[in-house]
Design a protein around this ligand. Structure first.
Ligand code: CP
Length: 342
């Protein structure tokens, strides 16, 4: 969607990243996790830098974790929502973005209800780095990065020596993405991420909730497979990503009733034990307990949902650091306030 030279200055989509760039974000984020475990959770890496979080759609995890990430890196962070901004007086997105750019932020993080909003601004603004924090039904790149970081750390910890290794720990996997794929930017970013890794991607949903672009079996090197039956789709997979039914994006109802959807597609521990006993479970949140995922899965050892939230901070630290500094080694970012003063 964007021209190629926007990829270094901005993070707009996973589709336009190369595998190497994708994994460099994951490895960099892996080194940022430890900062949030410290007693003093702050490093001076982005002192003097300004990050604006422009959230024109509701968010808890993404908005809070970008704010925490900026603060832990010592950046000045400013949060703007739709209702508290001049958007509510009719100002256009572009005029607002140009106004913000005139105040010289280093990075603007934007969530917007329109697919393509982040790319549109990236082509119009000249100085500011942009992060797409979710644009309509298009992409949510930092969500896919935190999902990959969660899987990376899980599989590394499964190894006897726990040694950090390369992207191979994430390769050769089968992932099933279950639920409202059609309306999900999380699904699109994760599909691209796993295609970059060469993994098999299964989309499991009623036909009305599967996006048209994945319907051709020959597309995407045959790596994307569609299933309408939950058990068949889960058979033998390593990773199950469960999606929320996004009623706020559905102009008409895409399933006869939520009860029927739940009866056919709610993922429970008994189904996972039967079809994919070694699988781990991801969910981007917010979760509708008992609708798309049963309570016993959320609270089971196979659930990595809390790890996803935790890793969201590290991923957003890595992304802000990379864009605000031009990608200096994360070693520099790990210098503590005390080390710097010594
Ligand atoms: N996963 C996610 O984007 O959650 P929020 O909408 O709460 O940010």
């Amino acid at each position: 969607m964007a021209n190629a030279d926007t990829t270094c200055k901005h993070l707009l989509s996973i589709e336009e990243l190369k595998k190497k760039e994708l994994m460099s974000y994951v490895f960099s984020a892996d080194s940022f996790v430890e900062i949030s475990e410290r007693n003093l959770k702050k490093v001076p890496a982005l002192r003097g830098k300004t990050v604006i979080n422009l959230f024109l759609e509701p968010s808890t995890r993404t908005r809070v974790s970008f704010e925490i990430a900026g603060k832990r890196l010592s950046a000045d962070t400013i949060n703007i929502s739709g209702s508290g901004s001049s958007v509510s007086k009719g100002e256009s997105l572009l005029d607002m973005a140009r106004t913000l750019e005139a105040m010289k932020p280093d990075v603007v993080v934007i969530r917007h209800q329109s697919s393509g909003a982040a790319h549109y601004l990236a082509n119009e603004l000249t100085e500011t780095s942009l992060v797409n924090a979710g644009d309509g039904m298009h992409e949510h790149p930092t969500q896919a990065l935190l999902d990959l970081l969660t899987l990376y750390r899980y599989y590394v910890n499964q190894q006897e020596d726990g040694a950090r290794i390369g992207s191979e720990v994430l390769e050769g996997k089968k992932i099933a993405i279950v639920g409202d794929v059609r309306h999900s930017r999380v699904a699109r970013s994760n599909i691209w991420a796993h295609l970059h890794l060469g993994n098999e991607v299964r989309l499991v949903a009623p036909s009305t909730l599967l996006p048209k672009e994945f319907e051709q079996p020959s597309a995407f090197g045959g790596k994307v497979k569609l299933y309408h039956d939950l058990r068949a789709g889960l058979e033998g997979v390593d990773i199950i990503m469960i999606l929320r039914m996004q009623l706020e994006r559905q102009e008409s109802f895409f399933v006869p009733s939520l009860e029927e959807y739940t009866r056919l597609y709610c993922v429970s521990n008994s189904i996972i034990n039967e079809c994919a006993p070694i699988a781990v479970v991801l969910h981007p949140g917010p979760v509708n307990r008992g609708v798309e995922i049963s309570r016993d899965v959320i609270d089971s050892p196979r659930s990595l949902i809390n790890e996803q939230v935790k890793h969201g901070v590290a991923v957003r630290m890595a992304v802000l650091f990379h864009l605000a500094t031009g990608g200096i080694s994360s070693e520099a970012a790990n210098t503590t306030e005390e080390q710097k003063a010594a």
